[in-house]
Design a binder for this molecule. Structure first.
Ligand code: AMP
Length: 289
């Protein structure tokens, strides 16, 4: 058994002062601080972020907060899974030094009235379907980065638009944290891991695989020389729409930084898809090539 696989000391706190003291001590000791923001219900995708943070930093903070401001009124805030004890164990094994799990009331106290909003990037794709979502994300991430003061913060490529928006926020607001984007972790058959996959029954899970098939199809078509991106988008959409129970929100090929839909192929592109499978919304993406 390596030292890394032994159970570790991990501070678990919801207290802002205790968090700030620990961060100050780590900083004073010259440690590189990494932060992994999550909403919990941790799976191997989240764990991969923590492991990468552990490999690159001396002091790893994971945050666990189901952020109400990023959920729309008809979304799954109440039923979002919250397996706290299991999440603590997973963080400990992944090499987290401090798990910060603030209450909703401490993050948004009475009279809370300040929001961070990135323009432009947030109105496309996910933002068009979930109009208040990214305002909630950027607000809470800005607060968590202020609280944890990390050198590096880790986000998943799985939420491609989210990491692009957070990068833009940090750049525009001169926030000193380096944003690290980690690869999407998938099940062996290609389904991107997501806390929301727990909502899928066996049939829905099989239908959910059509998102990955659409992304592979886009990559294969570009690889084999197809230049007509509009035709590729139609083929992606058809791949998902011909699958029972799948309602497509979007299927596109965009510039990875601006997220603007592309008409001509370029060296770096990203294929983005979103669909509802039964009552569950799934998103996925793949960089091309
Ligand atoms: P969430 O708890 O859903 O807010 O996700 C927390 C972080 O984990 C975000 O940066 C996500 O992009 C990332 N994440 C979620 N699923 C995956 C995955 N399958 N692979 C890699 N990262 C992921």
């Amino acid at each position: 058994m390596s030292a890394d696989s032994l159970p570790r000391e991990m501070l678990i706190t919801a207290d802002f002062s205790e968090l700030r003291r620990s961060v100050a001590a780590a900083r004073h000791a010259g440690q590189i601080i990494g932060c992994v923001p999550t909403m919990g219900a941790l799976h191997a995708g989240h764990i991969s972020l923590m492991q990468q943070a552990h490999a690159e930093c001396d002091f790893v903070i994971a945050t666990l907060f189901v952020n109400p401001t990023q959920f729309g009124p008809q979304e799954d805030l109440q039923k979002y899974p919250r397996p706290f004890e299991a999440d603590c164990d997973k963080c400990r094994v992944a090499g987290v030094d401090l798990l910060f799990h603030p209450s909703v009331e401490s993050i948004y106290p009475p009279g809370y009235s300040t929001f961070v909003e990135v323009e432009g990037l947030t109105t496309k794709w996910e933002g068009a379907v979930r109009p208040t979502h990214f305002r909630g994300v950027t607000t809470v991430v800005a607060k968590l980065l202020n609280l944890t003061q990390p050198d590096k913060a880790y986000f998943g490529q799985k939420d491609f638009q989210q990491q692009a928006i957070i990068r833009r926020m940090c750049r525009d607001l001169d926030m000193p944290t380096e944003i690290v984007t980690c690869p999407t972790v998938r099940d062996p058959d290609g389904l991107a891991l997501s806390s929301r996959n727990a909502y899928l029954n066996v049939t829905e899970r099989a239908s959910g695989l059509s998102l990955y098939r659409a992304l592979c199809l886009a990559r294969d078509k570009v690889r084999t020389g197809e230049k007509d991106l509009a035709a590729i988008r139609l083929a992606m959409r058809a791949e998902m729409e011909q699958t029972p129970g799948v309602a497509v929100d979007y299927a596109t090929i965009a510039d990875p930084d601006s997220l603007v839909e592309l008409n001509e192929p370029q060296p770096r592109m990203v294929a983005l898809v979103a669909a509802r499978v039964g009552p569950t919304r799934l998103i996925d993406n793949r960089l091309i090539p």
